[in-house]
Design a protein around this ligand. Sequence first.
Ligand code: SF4
Ligand code: SF4
Length: 345
Amino acid sequence: MDAEAVFFTPWDPYVNMLTKARKLYEAANLFSVIEKGDLVAVKLHMGELGNPNYIRPFFIKQIIDLIKARGAKPFLTDTSTYYPLERSNAFDYMETALANGFGFAPLIIADGLNSENAIPVPSPDPILPEVEVAGVIHQVQAMIVVSHLKGHPLTGYGGAIKNLGMGCVSKKSKLAQHRVVDIEVDEELCQACGSCVEACWFGLPRIENYKATMADHPQCMRCLNCSSACPAGAIRLVGRSRLGMAVAVAAAAVLSTFSEHKVAYINFAHDMSTFCDCVPFRGKPVGPDLGIFAAFSPLSIDAAGLQRIDYQHLDQLHDTDCLIQPRYLARLNQAGSLEPKVVEI
Ligand code: SF4
Ligand code: SF4
């Protein structure tokens, strides 16, 4: 298994992409990470309700069938969100997954009914003191991480690294990652309009003496809702790039729970938009459908995808640096390359 190699099949509007996907997985020998009898987590984001930009269920069904053909036991999995939308506990997530077409395989929400099933593991970097890995992810023998490449307002982009670091941990660890970023209000600019209070999931900002205050409430997840709603531009996040670092650190911690050569990655680069699958709208398109990537390293597969999309546009739009996640993962001595060898199928 060459961690520096990435297999790629371009999107062809006149060819059945299921056929191309199958050839891609075969060429990469991707499912060699799976042995007969393994419990295999197929880790993916099954889409927030209302946002049509998530991986088509038939691609996932094909992956499930190919894993079963190896005599293993695959199931779909993801974790609950910290923010209170349609996937914030196991019940709501399962209803959303069914509505989005993921009713063809067993589905296990990896961190329990309300994120109580998580196991702390040591963090490889002081930016996070520890990482709580979802209990089910901690227990499986093998994992196929299937990610939709797209933009993200806080980390610039989302792909395999974010699917691991943010997607395989408890709500507590999700919050800890977000809170490596700071938030501040410019009192000179604040007009005490109250829009930030209305926009916050949890109603956290307070208006005191005709000014908004962001007294550092432990529930605040640095989500940008208040900042985006502020007509005066008075609220800003400080040190946003630290979130990409924290995501990479959490990804490395998740991987530390697996034996060597037991995790493989597939990135789908279609229906890419400026916003992530985690919001109930898709934002604007980011370039044409590119294709499907397969690899044995989250670092290599994300780097290969970023080489082919206009990530500078995402950096500008979201005031972020998309390259931080792969660069920081490389700094943590994870296998893979920032300039992977791409083999086109
Ligand atoms: S960043 Fe703003 S909107 Fe988001 S949780 Fe914190 S106070 Fe609320
Ligand atoms: S939305 Fe902006 S201007 Fe309005 S109260 Fe909040 S910080 Fe002040």
